[in-house]
Design a protein around this ligand. Structure first.
Ligand code: HEM
Length: 183
């Protein structure tokens, strides 16, 4: 009996040593798990960063107690920016061909409602969603950039503050993936 116990003990001690000396390589599944874990960690870090950004934005909002719509100056100010913006687009040889057949007053009205609603104002945008509105136009990333430049020019003309400008652009920026169809 003692001999058997001794043998079992020796086996238990020797086994990890034997394996330890030649540690097994991680299996494909283990590698995959590690990669997935890294991905999750990265995503979490990104979310945390986003949360911090949102908190900062909320803090700003609370400090002023005003929505972006109010800080932009309300509907009249948005109308003035949209007028200037569309005039810039009309004079922009890079992209004005897209608007050759556009009913400009109707387009401006939709833009005003869209910006008013997106900035927290008392409007309801009733136009098409961005994907349907731009389907088949073949808008490129460069076209999108040109239009944003025209908008920034208009915002700068009316001396819209950097905070408000950045906030508005961060509302419109995510629409890019629905609007741009080619590189
Ligand atoms: C964040 C960027 C953009 C926003 C917020 C935006 C917004 C809009 C809105 C609200 C409409 C009206 C939708 C409707 O008729 O119901 C529209 C239509 C249109 N957009 Fe955009 N757009 C953007 C980018 C662009 C770009 C980059 C181009 C081309 C360079 C473009 C070209 C057009 C054209 C040609 C129309 C159709 C106008 C028509 O009815 O003839 N848009 N857009």
């Amino acid at each position: 009996m003692r001999k058997v116990l001794f043998a079992v003990l020796m086996f238990l001690v020797a086994t990890p040593l034997a394996f330890g000396a030649d540690a097994p390589k991680p299996t494909a599944a283990e590698k995959e798990a590690a990669t997935a874990e890294k991905k999750i960690e990265k995503a979490e870090a990104k979310t945390e960063k986003k949360d911090a950004k949102m908190e900062k934005k909320d803090a700003k909002m609370m400090a002023s107690g005003k929505s972006l719509y109010d800080r932009l100056g309300g509907k009249d100010a948005i109308k003035a920016v949209v007028d200037e913006f569309v005039a810039n687009v009309a004079g922009d040889a890079r992209i004005n061909k897209f608007f050759a057949k556009t009913d400009i007053p109707a387009f401006k009205g939709k833009l005003v409602d869209q910006i008013c609603q997106a900035s927290g104002g008392p409007c309801t945008y009733t136009g098409k969603n961005m994907k349907d509105a731009h389907k088949g136009m073949g808008v490129s990333g460069a076209d999108f950039g040109a239009l944003v430049e025209d908008l920034v020019k208009a915002l700068d003309k009316f001396k819209v503050g950097k905070t408000e400008k950045d906030e508005l652009l961060s509302v419109l920026g995510p629409m890019q993936s629905d609007i741009v169809e080619k590189k």
